[in-house]
Design a protein around this ligand. Structure first.
Ligand SMILES: Nc1ncnc2c1ncn2[C@@H]1O[C@H](COP(=O)(O)OP(=O)(O)OP(=O)(O)O)[C@@H](O)[C@H]1O
Length: 621
C-alpha cells in the first residue's frame, strides 16, 4: 500500500456552526445574538402566531414574577428579622409569604404553558421549514448540482433543516434566561442600587469564564471532527455489507485495521490533551468566580456593619445572587447554542436565496401540445470546470413517430444531448424547440430511461408506475409494460410478485440483479404514455434474450410513437429511421444505417469493428 493515510476530507455541513462558534470571542458572540434571536422569532411567528405569543408573553410574565418573588422574599425577611415575639413576626410575614407562594405558583404555571406551546410549535415550524426547503430542492434544475458550492450549500441546508427549530427553541430559552437575569437586576436595584454593582461583579467573571470554556469546547469539537469522520469512514468500510466482498477479495483487512489503529491513537492523545485544557479553563473560571462571590459577600458584610443596608436586604441579595448564577449557567449554554444553530440557520437562508436564482420560470408557460416535430437548434453545453464543451453546436430534427438513434464513443455527448432534449438540463447556447417553441424545464411529454437509473425503494409495481405517477396504477397496463421489457416473469417469480419491495432496508425487501433492475426501468419507460421516449443504454446489463425482447418492443413503437435510442450495440440501431453520430460533442454523421455504412465514416468503422468481433467469435467456435 503506497498511500500511508486516507485522503484529505472536505469540511462538512455539520461543522459550519461549531467552527464559526470556535472562531469568535465572547464580545462578537454576544453582539451577534440579537440578530439571530430576531430571525428565529420571525420564523416562529410566521409558523404559529398564537403559540409564539404565548411563549413570549410567558417569558415576560415569568420574569415579572421572578422580580415580584424576590421583593416578596425581602419583605418576608424584613418581617422575620423585625423585633417582637415569633408568632407576631410570622403573622406579619404571612401576606408576603402568600405573595411569594402565588408568584412561585404562577411561574410554574407559565413554565407548563410554555412547554405545551413549544411542543406544538416545534412540529409546525419543522413542517413549514421542510416544505419550503424541499419545494426548492426538488425544483432546481440538474445543472445546479454541478456547481460544487451550490451542491455543498444544498447539503448543508438539507441536513440542517432542524437548525431552525433548534434556534427557535434555544432563542426562547435564552430570552427566558435573559428576562430572568433582568428580573433579578430590577429586584436588586429596588432593594439597594449598590447591590446591582455587587451582582455584576459576582457574576461577570463566571460569565466570561463560561463563555471562554464554551469556546474551548467548540475548539475541541472542531479539532477532532476530521478524525471522527475518518473513524466513521473506517467503521463503515470495515463493517458494511457493500464493502465486505472487496475487503476480503483484496485482503484489505490488515491495512484498514492499521489505519484504524493510527487514527484512533492520534484521537486518544489529542482528546486527552484537549480535555486537560478544558479542565484548566473551567478550574480558573470557578476559582475567579468563587473569589468574586467571596468579595461580594465581604462587601455585603461591610455594608451591613456600616449600617448602609439592613440584614433583610443582605439576605435577599444572597438569594438573588444564587438565583442569578443559576439563570446565568443556563444562559451560557443557550448563548452557545443560539450562536451555533444560528450559523446553521444562516446556511438554510443563504441556500434558499441562492436556489431562487436557479428555479425555472415554467409556471406561466402553456402546457406543450402533442409532438409533431422536435428541433435541436445549434445547441452547445459546457459543464462547469471543463475546458471542452460536452456538446458543440448540435442541430437535428426529429419528426413524430420516428425512431432515432444517437451513437458515438464514450464521452461523445449522447447522454448530455438526451438530457437537453428532455429539458433536464439547459443549454449554454442554442435551443430545443418542441413544435417550434422552447420549453423551460423538464418537458412532461418526454419520458427518459436514464443510463444511471436510481433504485427507488418501492414495490416492483410502484417502480413501474413511476413512469406515469399522475394516473392511478392499472395492473393490466403495468404487466403489459413489464412484458415488453422482459420483466414480467422475473417479477412474477419474486416472493410477493408485483408487491415485492425492492429494497432490503424493509422487512421482506428484496434486491435485484443489475440486469433485473434494468428490465424494471425499461418497463417504466414503456408504461409512460409520453409522446417521446428516450432510452439511454437500456440494455447494457441485459442477457441476449432480454435484449432481443426489449429491442423488438422498441421496433414495435416505430411509426406509432417517437423514440430516441442511445446504445453501443450497433446491431440494434439498424432499423432506426435516422442515426446521429456524435464525436467529441459534435454531430459528425447523420443518415440511415445503410447510408452510413455506405459512406464509410466513423459509424461504418464502429459497426465493422463490432460485427468483426461477432464474426471471429463465430469463426473460432
Ligand atoms: N455532470 C458532469 N459534469 C462534468 N462533466 C460531465 C458531466 N456529465 C458528463 N460530463 C462530461 O461530458 C462529456 C459527455 O458526457 P456524456 O455522458 O454525454 O457522454 P456519453 O456519450 O453519453 O458517454 P457514454 O457512452 O460513456 O455514456 C464527457 O466528457 C463527460 O466526462
Amino acid at each position: 500500500m503506497s498511500e500511508p493515510v486516507l485522503p484529505e476530507l472536505r469540511t462538512m455541513w455539520w461543522e459550519s456552526g461549531n467552527r464559526a462558534r470556535a472562531e469568535i470571542g465572547a464580545f462578537t458572540l454576544i453582539a451577534g445574538l440579537p440578530g439571530l434571536v430576531g430571525q428565529a422569532l420571525r420564523v416562529s411567528w410566521r409558523a404559529d402566531r398564537v403559540r409564539t405569543s404565548v411563549i413570549a408573553v410567558s417569558a415576560l410574565l415569568s420574569g415579572a414574577m421572578a422580580t415580584f418573588g424576590l421583593l416578596a422574599t425581602q419583605q418576608v425577611l424584613i418581617e422575620l428579622f423585625a423585633a417582637g415575639p415569633t408568632p407576631d413576626r410570622l403573622r406579619a410575614a404571612f401576606p408576603a409569604l402568600t405573595a411569594l407562594a402565588v408568584a412561585t405558583a404562577i411561574r410554574s404555571l407559565l413554565t407548563v404553558a410554555t412547554g405545551y406551546a413549544q411542543n406544538s410549535l416545534t412540529p409546525r415550524v419543522n413542517h413549514a421549514v421542510e416544505q419550503r426547503l424541499f419545494a426548492v430542492t426538488t425544483a432546481v434544475p440538474l445543472e445546479a448540482f454541478d456547481e460544487d458550492a451550490f451542491a455543498d450549500d444544498m447539503e448543508r441546508a438539507t441536513r440542517n433543516s432542524d437548525a431552525v427549530i433548534l434556534l427557535v427553541q434555544a432563542s426562547f430559552d435564552l430570552l427566558a434566561s435573559a428576562i430572568g437575569i433582568v428580573a433579578v437586576g430590577v429586584a436588586v436595584v429596588v432593594i439597594h442600587p449598590l447591590l446591582l454593582l455587587a451582582l455584576i461583579v459576582a457574576t461577570a467573571p463566571r460569565l466570561w469564564a463560561s463563555l471562554h470554556a464554551g469556546r474551548v469546547r467548540y475548539l475541541t469539537y472542531v479539532a477532532s471532527s476530521v478524525r471522527h469522520r475518518r473513524l466513521r469512514l473506517l467503521h463503515d468500510l470495515m463493517a458494511e455489507r457493500d464493502s465486505a466482498p472487496e475487503l476480503r477479495a483484496y485482503r484489505l483487512r490488515r491495512f484498514l485495521l492499521e489505519q484504524h489503529d493510527q487514527v484512533m491513537g492520534a484521537e486518544t492523545k489529542i482528546q486527552i490533551d484537549l480535555s486537560r485544557r478544558i479542565s484548566t479553563t473551567m478550574t480558573i473560571g470557578s476559582f475567579v468566580g468563587g473569589l468574586a462571590t467571596a468579595a461580594v459577600y465581604v462587601l455585603l458584610g461591610l455594608l451591613l456593619l456600616d449600617g448602609q443596608i439592613p440584614l433583610s436586604a443582605a439576605a435577599t441579595c444572597v438569594v438573588a445572587l444564587q438565583a442569578a448564577q443559576r439563570t446565568l449557567t443556563s444562559s451560557i449554554y443557550q448563548i452557545d447554542r443560539v450562536y451555533a444553530e444560528g450559523q446553521h440557520f444562516r446556511d438554510y437562508v443563504v441556500f434558499l436565496d441562492r436556489a431562487e436564482e436557479h428555479l425555472p420560470d415554467d409556471a406561466s408557460a402553456p402546457a406543450p401540445g402533442p409532438l409533431s416535430v422536435l428541433r435541436v437548434d445549434a445547441v452547445s453545453l459546457r459543464y462547469p470546470g471543463r475546458e471542452q464543451p460536452a456538446l458543440d453546436a448540435v442541430d437535428l430534427t426529429i419528426e413524430a413517430g420516428q425512431t432515432v438513434a444517437f451513437v458515438g464513443e464514450n464521452g461523445s455527448g449522447k447522454s448530455t444531448l438526451a438530457a437537453l432534449i428532455a429539458g433536464l438540463r439547459r443549454p449554454s447556447s442554442g435551443a430545443v424547440r418542441w413544435n417550434g417553441e422552447p420549453w423551460p424545464g423538464h418537458n412532461p411529454r418526454i419520458a427518459v430511461v436514464t443510463q444511471s437509473f436510481y433504485k427507488w425503494p418501492f414495490t416492483a409495481a410502484a417502480n413501474i408506475h413511476l413512469g406515469q405517477v399522475e394516473r392511478d396504477p392499472e395492473q393490466e397496463r403495468l404487466e403489459e409494460a413489464a412484458r415488453r421489457a422482459a420483466a414480467h416473469d422475473m417479477i412474477a417469480a419474486l416472493p410477493f410478485g408485483y408487491r415485492t419491495l425492492l429494497d432490503r432496508t424493509f422487512a421482506d425487501g428484496q434486491d435485484l440483479s443489475g440486469g433485473q433492475w434494468q428490465r424494471i426501468t425499461a418497463a417504466r419507460g414503456f408504461y409512460s404514455s409520453a409522446d417521446l421516449l428516450i432510452m439511454d443504454e437500456p440494455s447494457s446489463a441485459l442477457d441476449p434474450r432480454a435484449e432481443d425482447a426489449l429491442f423488438q418492443a422498441i421496433r414495435d413503437r416505430q411509426g406509432v410513437t417517437t423514440t430516441i435510442l442511445i446504445t453501443h450495440r450497433l446491431a440494434n440501431v439498424r432499423h432506426a429511421d435516422r442515426i446521429y453520430v456524435l464525436h467529441e460533442g459534435r454531430l459528425v454523421e447523420t443518415g440511415t444505417h445503410d447510408d452510413l455504412v455506405r459512406a464509410g465514416g466513423r459509424y461504418a468503422d464502429l459497426f465493422t469493428l463490432q460485427a468483426a468481433g461477432y464474426r471471429s467469435a463465430g469463426g473460432a467456435g
